[in-house]
Design a binder for this molecule. Structure first.
Ligand SMILES: *Cc1c(COP(=O)(O)O)cnc(C)c1O
Length: 397
């Protein structure tokens, strides 16, 4: 078949299944207002949980960082590793309570690179079924025996650990600390205990935990610290800088030896141009704000509580997520698309999440809250959700 004909067929299928994706073009990053096609929309879809993407101090630091060079001009191992990258890594190691950290250009690359460096054909990788696509792709690409377990189910994880042990080789268990499309947290204490029992290595993706949760000593470290787990229990901690840090890039934190190993063997670290120095400078400023302005996270937590209270009063079908990610499961792709379009007509931008991002039959609105929302904006969203969902029931398509 010709290329065009092949592409046409696959695209037509996507349309037919209500799974076709369309890119929205914004004038600037949401703050949380965004302008799309000349219209102002209030966004509840970004991962900028603390509002740092549009924080003036971060932007100023990033502008100053650009004075170091627009680009890093080479990979980190050639000449693309600047002092500003080293400072960022130092700061990440400190806030995560790890010996060292290594910066990657994206979370996708950090997950794929780490799994492929640590595991080979003789090994096993065990993943939660709702893990982020980058962990799933890493598990595929590394060539290890790939096993999955039912979401957050320690009994199912134990079965897979037993299978892996019977097969032999090293075993790594990879989970999201906070699930990106559900907002719930991994049962990390149970998972870590099982890894300990079976001598398996635990890797936790803190994309949605870093910067917004932690322990008393490490308030920014993420869900592992919140569960009382440190480097011994979670030797491989991955986090991203594109979520709560409001920027771009990612990191792996762990022992000095782990970081040394990744520098040698993680191909997505080695064979790519270093992070732009301005991004590193902006991230350092963002972490400084996380440390020195705890009121940002307090405002986020208050907004989450307020949204959940208002949504419960309005009888919206909430899940038990206590994170900034508050999904409304609607099930059918068509419903989700209709509801999100109607919300947009009313001036709200909310993520419409469909398969294959989430399992079939679990299409949803992915509502995210941020420190930059205020209560009247949250009230307005809840009112719009109630109105749109009532319309949807009154006038079925
Ligand atoms: C966003 C995300 C990633 C990917 O990070 P990027 O820096 O955007 O590539 C990885 N894991 C999880 C859980 C995420 O939500």
């Amino acid at each position: 078949m010709t290329l065009d004909k092949t592409l046409r067929q696959r695209l037509d299928e996507r349309h037919r299944d209500n799974l076709y994706r369309q890119i929205k073009t914004l004038e600037a990053a949401p703050s949380p207002i965004a302008v799309v096609d000349g219209r102002k929309l209030l966004t509840f879809s970004s991962n900028d949980y603390l509002g740092l993407a549009s924080h003036s101090e971060v932007i100023r630091a990033q502008q100053a960082g650009a004075e170091l060079g627009a680009g890093a001009t080479a990979s980190h191992l050639v000449n693309g590793h600047l002092q500003v990258h080293q400072q960022l890594q130092q700061s990440l190691a400190e806030v995560t309570g790890r010996e060292a950290a290594l910066v990657f250009s994206s979370g996708y690359m950090a997950n794929v690179g780490t799994l492929c460096a640590l595991l080979g054909r003789a090994d096993n990788v065990i993943s939660d079924k709702l893990n982020h696509a980058s962990l799933i792709d890493g598990a595929r690409l590394c060539g290890a025996n790939s096993l999955r377990f039912a979401h957050n189910d320690p009994v199912a994880l134990r079965r897979q650990l037993q299978r892996a042990a019977a097969r032999g080789g090293n075993t790594l268990v990879a989970v999201d600390g906070v699930y990106s499309m559900d907002g719930d947290r991994a049962q990390l204490a149970e998972i870590a205990a099982l890894c300990w029992e079976f001598d398996a290595w635990l890797m936790v993706d803190e994309a949605h935990g870093f910067g917004v949760m932690g322990s008393e000593q490490l308030p920014l470290a993420g869900s592992c610290a919140a569960a009382g787990l440190g480097q011994d229990e979670v030797p491989v901690l991955m986090g991203t800088l594109g979520k709560a840090a409001g920027n771009a890039g990612a990191f792996v934190a762990g022992s000095r030896m782990l970081i040394d190993f990744l520098v040698q063997f993680a191909r997505p670290y080695i064979y790519t141009t270093g992070m732009p120095p301005a991004v590193a400078a902006g991230c350092i400023a963002a972490i400084e704000l996380m440390r020195n302005a705890p009121e940002l996270n307090q405002r986020l937590q208050a907004n989450i509580t307020y949204f959940r209270r208002r949504a419960a009063q309005a009888n919206l079908p909430l899940t038990d997520s206590s994170s900034a990610i508050q999904p409304l499961l609607l099930g059918c792709e068509e419903t989700v698309m209709t509801v999100s379009k109607k919300l947009e007509q009313r001036g709200f931008l909310v993520g419409a999440i469909r398969p294959p991002t989430v399992p079939r039959g679990t299409a949803r609105l992915r509502i995210t809250l941020s420190a930059s929302h205020n209560h009247s904006q949250i009230d307005a969203l809840v009112d719009a959700l109630v109105a749109v969902l009532q319309e949807k029931i009154a006038v079925p398509l």
